[in-house]
Write a protein that binds this ligand. Structure first.
Ligand SMILES: N[C@@H](CCC(=O)N[C@@H](CS)C(=O)NCC(=O)O)C(=O)O
Length: 257
């Protein structure tokens, strides 16, 4: 029996759910971030973060670890390339999605869904656009002569898609005129069932007001890479004020369960 502690708003939980679908693995899905399930999530992940999985009593947290675990235990319909150099490339794009694309998009998203006393800080959207441009450029080049980032559909596509699906809403789109091959990849993903189903789940979740009942929207859960990006772009005074005015939540210490 496999239980996913997920959440349809979390790009990392969506990544794991796409892998489960791609591999045809049956699972029970629990929204780990809904207030009634938080205590249950804390039992498997002390950081109280999704995704986490419980596979016959074996707990795995962190999306990249879960992806590697699922590949090891369910090798059919692989998500990691066999060829070593392509494996390195796929891991590099997965890491870029997890640690670079995520922080940029999440850090500019707070003014869309959180209850904020301020406007988006001046220059933050421009910084996001500039940093994402170099990623869009590199992805467009990767996709010039192939359908998927690493040739065959892989973890690279699966890790990037949930993040990039929010780019237009967050006003950092990858325009067809500038990035035609990246744009064509995104359209290809949307017409591929595992990604289309992911989008449908997220849309259903977002359009249901009950999904956000009791969810904390005044304080923001801050962690590693998301802090690095906002500080590296010069917003340390803004961030300090967030801490001083009590709008920051910190993850607990991540001791293995
Ligand atoms: N490195 C982790 C990051 C997971 C993560 O950031 N999860 C966020 C949602 S996207 C979370 O659960 N935050 C707790 C909260 O919002 O309360 C992974 O790859 O799984």
């Amino acid at each position: 029996m496999l239980t996913l502690y997920g959440n349809a708003f979390s790009p990392f939980a969506r990544k794991v759910q796409i892998i489960l679908d791609h591999k045809g693995i049956e699972y029970e899905n629990i929204d780990g971030l809904t207030p009634v399930n938080r205590e249950r999530l804390a039992q498997v992940n002390r950081r109280i973060e999704v995704p986490a999985i419980d596979h016959d009593g074996l707990i795995v947290v962190n999306s990249a670890d879960i992806a590697a675990y699922l590949e090891r235990v369910f090798p059919d319909h692989p998500i990691y390339p066999v060829d070593t150099a392509t494996w390195v490339k796929a891991r590099a794009w997965e890491r870029c999605a997890d640690t670079t694309v995520d922080p940029i998009l999440v850090d500019i998203s707070y003014w869309l869904w959180a209850i904020r006393p301020d406007q988006l800080p001046e220059g933050l959207l421009d910084a996001a656009r500039a940093d994402l441009a170099s990623i869009y450029e590199a992805l467009n080049a990767e996709l010039r002569d192939r359908d998927w980032v690493c040739g065959e559909l892989s973890i690279a596509d699966i890790a990037l898609f949930p993040h990039l699906s929010g780019a237009r809403t967050l006003q950092v789109p990858f325009d067809e005129s500038r990035y035609p091959d990246l744009f064509a990849w995104y359209k290809r993903c949307r017409s591929t069932p595992i990604f289309a189903n992911d989008l449908a789940r997220t849309r259903t979740f977002m359009s249901n007001p009950a999904s956000f009942e009791g969810v904390e929207r005044n304080k923001i859960f801050w962690r590693g890479d998301r802090i690095e990006w906002i500080l590296a772009r010069g917003y340390h005074d803004w961030f300090m004020k967030e801490i001083q005015e009590g709008r920051v939540l910190w993850p607990a210490i991540g001791v293995p369960a």
